[in-house]
Design a protein around this ligand. Structure first.
Ligand code: FES
Length: 184
């Protein structure tokens, strides 16, 4: 008879089988998740891409912009990409362009920084008026009336003249903020 204590291969058989089966299920689950996750990432990939083209976009030509110093509204047309589709040449916004010199042009985004309505130009008052909550802005976009609820002036945009063509670095900014924060 041996003096060694009896080692326990003493764990009951059904219990060992249970652990083995549980481990197999967990490992099988992980193995199945890897390709599923990779597939999901490929499927959702367009959602992680930028949904709106930005940068210098041709808006109009110098000949189309009168030299009377008044603002004129122009649509901004570009290719737009949503989660899964690309749409060529669709309106993505609008700008007011104003000549301040022969080849000096100012651009303002038409969107009111208060809550995102489009502002109108009022020729009779030589200013912009937002129809939603009556913010008013001067021709250069600065706030005209201290009672205007807009937290900042109209958003200025950079203009480039290329030959006879006017390009605008179009960008939307977050509404309701005192700072110009690019919209995602
Ligand atoms: S959205 Fe323009 S004043 Fe409110």
């Amino acid at each position: 008879m041996s003096d060694k204590p009896e080692t326990d291969s003493a764990e009951p058989l059904p219990r060992r089988n249970f652990f083995k089966q549980t481990l197999a299920v967990i490992l099988g689950g992980i193995a199945a998740l890897i390709p599923a996750t990779a597939g999901l990432l490929v499927f959702l990939d367009p959602l992680r891409r930028k949904t709106e083209s930005a940068g210098a976009i041709r808006v109009t030509s110098l000949t189309a912009l009168p030299s009377d110093g008044k603002p004129y509204k122009f649509p901004v047309v570009a290719s737009r990409t949503d989660a899964w589709n690309k749409f060529p040449d669709v309106p993505i916004g609008a700008v007011y362009l104003r000549r301040t010199g022969e080849t000096k042009i100012e651009a303002l985004n038409v969107v009111c920084p208060h809550a995102g309505c489009f502002v109108d130009f009022l020729p009779s008052r030589d200013c912009f008026l937002c129809p939603c909550h009556n913010s008013t802005f001067a021709l250069d976009g600065t706030i005209n009336d201290p009672k205007s609820p807009s937290p900042r002036p109209l958003d200025t945009l950079t203009v480039e003249i290329r030959g006879q063509e006017i390009y605008v670095n179009f960008q939307n900014f977050r509404a309701g903020s005192a700072r110009k924060i690019p919209a995602a």
